[in-house]
Write a protein that binds this ligand. Structure first.
Ligand code: HPA
Length: 276
């Protein structure tokens, strides 16, 4: 798509959202699979269904709600996306990252992301939280392909540290304070929607990843393109050890995400309060 048209759509979406609230927030939250309940903790000033926002994609995954919430979390103003978009839904990389451009247009400078991921590091257990230290993009797709909009960011954005060091330190401190076990590791993004074969898990572990999932990386690429500070936390929903692999259902994944939700909610709350 013509970059000028794409930018106009972003601006139209942001303008429509602006009509529903005067909230001034520079923190954005993307709430992933089964982790939407954090949204219930937000004192909402406005809650906008994605289908009411011009040009927004629609969430097709049952486990993802589709609304943008403007409100306060423990008094701190935030924008929260309850539900996100994935390549496996059939959307392109620019469509799934459209909301990140919109968040930036609304004034977001810090992006906190959660996701569900399969744990390949054998020190990880189902239900653990993992602070993402770095990522590998194996989706065969990139939201920055095509003409570059120089007003947003450079043609060749740096990726030497996609996950902000200060935010990670804050997360470590918050986890320690609240006695939440926080693993750390590299997240590899795949296209999905199927889970991996044993051979694929062995390969992904071998190239340096600790956890695997189907999201987050496109959003972080676009956020970094615009210079936003990023932090991501994965909930380890299944153990992906190739030599002891058990079948996993989406119900298992959602159940693990729901069980870990109180820990993630506590961590995110502490982070949001710590940023200000
Ligand atoms: N693979 C990919 N994505 C996932 C997994 C997995 O094992 N678990 C949760 N999301």
């Amino acid at each position: 798509m013509d970059p000028a048209l794409y930018r106009r759509r972003v601006e139209e979406a942001a303008a429509a959202i602006r009509e529903t609230t005067t909230l001034d927030a520079n923190i954005g939250l993307i709430l992933g699979t089964g982790l939407g309940a954090l949204a219930d903790e937000i004192e909402a000033e406005a809650s906008i269904a994605y289908d009411a926002i011009p040009h927004f994609p629609l969430s097709t995954v049952e486990s993802h709600h589709g609304r943008l919430i403007a409100g306060r979390l423990d008094g701190v103003p935030v924008w929260a996306m309850q539900g996100r978009f994935h390549l496996y839904e059939g959307y392109g990389p620019k469509e799934i990252t459209f909301p990140v451009r919109v968040l930036a247009a609304l004034g977001v400078e810090t992006l906190l992301i959660s996701n569900a991921a399969g744990g390949m590091n054998t020190n990880f257990r189902r239900g653990d939280l993992m602070l993402v230290t770095d990522h590998i993009n194996l989706q065969g797709a990139n939201p920055l392909i095509g003409p570059n909009d120089d007003d947003w960011g450079p043609r060749f954005p740096d990726m030497s540290m996609p996950y902000d060091e200060g935010l990670r330190r804050l997360a470590e401190e918050a986890a320690l304070e609240q006695a939440i076990k926080l693993q750390q590791g590299v997240y590899v993004a795949v296209e999905g929607p199927n889970l991996e074969t044993r051979a694929e898990y062995r390969f992904l572990r071998g190239i340096g990843a600790d956890a695997v999932g189907m999201s987050t990386v496109p959003e972080v690429i676009v956020a970094r393109h615009m210079g936003l500070r990023c932090l991501a936390v994965s909930v380890i929903t299944d153990e992906c050890f190739p030599d002891a692999l058990e079948p996993v259902s989406i119900a298992d994944v959602l159940a693990a995400a729901a069980e870990a939700e109180p820990k993630l909610t506590a961590l995110m709350r502490a982070l949001v309060s710590g940023i200000v």
